[in-house]
Design a binder for this molecule. Sequence first.
Ligand SMILES: Cc1cc2nc3c(=O)[nH]c(=O)nc-3n(C[C@H](O)[C@H](O)[C@H](O)COP(=O)(O)OP(=O)(O)OC[C@H]3O[C@@H](n4cnc5c(N)ncnc54)[C@H](O)[C@@H]3O)c2cc1C
Length: 399
Amino acid sequence: MTDDEVLREVQDWLAAHWKGLPAHHESFGRDPRSEWLAQVRDAGWAVPRWSRDWYGRELSNDQARIVERAFAAAGAPGAGQDRSNLWANTALAHATDAFKRVIVPQLLAGEVGMCLLYSEPGAGSDLAAIRTRADKVPESEGGGWRITGQKVWTSGAAVADYGMLIARTDWDVPKHRGISFFFLPMKQDGVEVRPLRQITDEAHFNEVFITDAFVPEANLLGPLNGGWGVLQTALAYERSVMGDNARGPRSGAGGPKGDHSLLGLAREAGKLDDPVVRQEVAQVIAWRVLNKLNTRRAKAELAQGNSSSIMSLGKLAMSRILHEEARVRTLLLGAESLLEGPEHPRAEDANFLALNAYFTSIGGGTDQIQRNIIGERVLGLPREPEVDRTVPFREVRAG
Ligand SMILES: Cc1cc2nc3c(=O)[nH]c(=O)nc-3n(C[C@H](O)[C@H](O)[C@H](O)COP(=O)(O)OP(=O)(O)OC[C@H]3O[C@@H](n4cnc5c(N)ncnc54)[C@H](O)[C@@H]3O)c2cc1C
């Protein structure tokens, strides 16, 4: 197929099918756009780089980008998930064929809500220190796995159908080698979700208490005790998404009309001619453009099967950009930024963005950890000392 043929086909398809959707801002749970997303999936546009056997069209990177651009031009969501859907990508790479047949199509259409069950009270940055356990149920009792432990900071857990879970399956080997990766069904006795309130006054993340919950054998991803490798795939996709996208202002669709960009705000405030303001605004815009180019480079590496360390640069950069952008918004608003509430939507936005910037600098691995990754894997600096790296986990002291 030539580039022109791809473009014509996708444009014709969009012209015949795309009728628009109501605005959608909630990123957790079953996707209300799933009817549309299922059509996109069945037409092969959701994952144009993937094989035809897996809902794709086997297009090259350049041709897949033609598809993504056509969707963006029409304002239609759903294309290019082969780069962005961390759940579907992780399942495709590591799940058994039987489980993939069930879960991948549902993930591409947003028909199931998902959450990440990684962090624990004693295992955040040092994720390999997890103590949630998965014990094998004997075949005579039906097989599968029984899970017990506590997770924390679990975004979306209250509405999720499945959690991507890491749990310890071997306590007699060093910490990275005794972990397995599961798709845990969330809607069952034994999984209790308790919301935590955030600084933004939202309650997107939760504590999850797991007591004798059940995971069928088919939901084990990758080899038994090889979950650390599966986790690296999932984390790389997560970083890529966080380095690429940033949440918009809370007032979004329902809030103030007009241009939400920094430039729009500077214009509205009558400060576009102020040389200091121009510098500040230009700096943030330049960083955003640079970060987009960098992320594109990282995604190209990922598409070739290399787990890209450049992705950590993107996530770290996005975290700095979001803090900077919030600072410049506050500067543009001046004393007005001290106000809050729906009568002051610009100030509400600026304050929300300032507080929400911490999402990207903590979630998915903190800035400090990204710096470690960049130091060790990109710059080749010596590894951080890790005294428990070779000790059987059962003997590692915790407290
Ligand atoms: C908005 C949000 C959403 C989240 N969503 C999820 C989710 O859905 N699922 C999930 O599993 N987790 C989630 N998390 C948890 C997140 O991944 C962890 O908070 C993060 O990995 C940090 O772990 P911690 O909170 O235990 O901090 P700690 O690991 O205790 O770190 C405390 C501080 O010490 C620093 N530090 C620790 N070790 C080192 C080191 N070796 N070198 C340098 N500095 C170091 C850290 O950078 C940090 O500043 C979320 C967090 C946030 C804020």
